[in-house]
Design a protein around this ligand. Structure first.
Ligand code: C5P
Length: 220
């Protein structure tokens, strides 16, 4: 079917921020809107894939059918939610902005202000979802990640692609106006594992999602 080239394929997409709980009313988070990942999930579904979208907290709803939405909050929950769908995913797109650290302890009751002085917070490393899944990648499984960099973008993107065993990485540079977090547009360069770069002009995230999915299909 030329209109639905991904019929019969399974895809896993992560999207959005993670919230790392401090106590019942506070968290450490980031400004990711989830929009880029939702657009990729929607495009994959439009082309016929059956998609599991594991999403951190966002205000978005998938705009097309065929998407199994699993809502999570923290990085640890996101990894757990990804394990089963990853096993039979043909295509995995890791677009979530996962917090690198979480509070070492989570208070069961609201933390009280004890003094007017400084407050030390101890953090512990979160699992790297992409690297954890990448380590068990099967032959033929495709995995694509994102890199959001303020400097030395290409170098960092290549390093992350290797470390996480990705087949390609989408670099959005924060120094490009209109790219990255929050907005409705994005400007990306995709690198393959050989370091070959494909650059795209500034577009709506919906159009960027089409480019990303076309690129993935081109990987074979
Ligand atoms: O290392 P960095 O966070 O910059 O890597 C970004 C890529 O790795 C993205 O694809 C992101 O979704 C993924 N990632 C992840 N789990 C983490 C950190 C990043 O899946 N804990």
């Amino acid at each position: 079917d030329s209109e639905k080239p991904l019929l019969g394929k399974k895809a896993l997409v992560t999207a959005g921020p993670t919230y790392e709980k401090l106590d019942p009313v506070r968290f450490i988070g980031n400004y990711s809107s989830g929009r880029m990942g939702y657009c990729v999930a929607e495009r994959l579904a439009e082309l016929g894939a059956s998609v599991t979208l594991v999403s951190g907290p966002t205000s978005l709803e998938p705009a097309v059918g065929g998407i199994d939405l699993v809502r999570v909050e923290s990085a640890v929950e996101m990894l757990e939610a990804c394990r089963a769908p990853f096993l039979d995913a043909d295509i995995t797109v890791l677009s979530a902005a996962v917090a690198d650290y979480r509070p070492m302890e989570q208070a069961e009751t609201k933390m009280k202000r004890e003094t007017k002085g400084d407050f030390d917070l101890r953090l512990t490393a979160n699992p790297d979802i992409a690297a954890t899944l990448g380590a068990t990648k099967r032959f033929g499984q495709r995995m694509i990640g994102f890199a959001l960099e303020t400097d030395r973008g290409e170098e960092e993107a290549m390093r992350k692609m290797k470390a996480k065993q990705l087949d390609a990485i989408v670099l959005n540079s924060l120094s490009d106006k209109g790219a990255g977090f929050g907005g409705t547009t994005n400007k990306v360069t995709i690198f393959d594992s050989q370091g070959r770069a494909t650059s795209y002009p500034l577009k709506s995230k919906k159009e960027v999602a089409k480019d990303i999915v076309d690129y993935i299909m081109g990987l074979g």
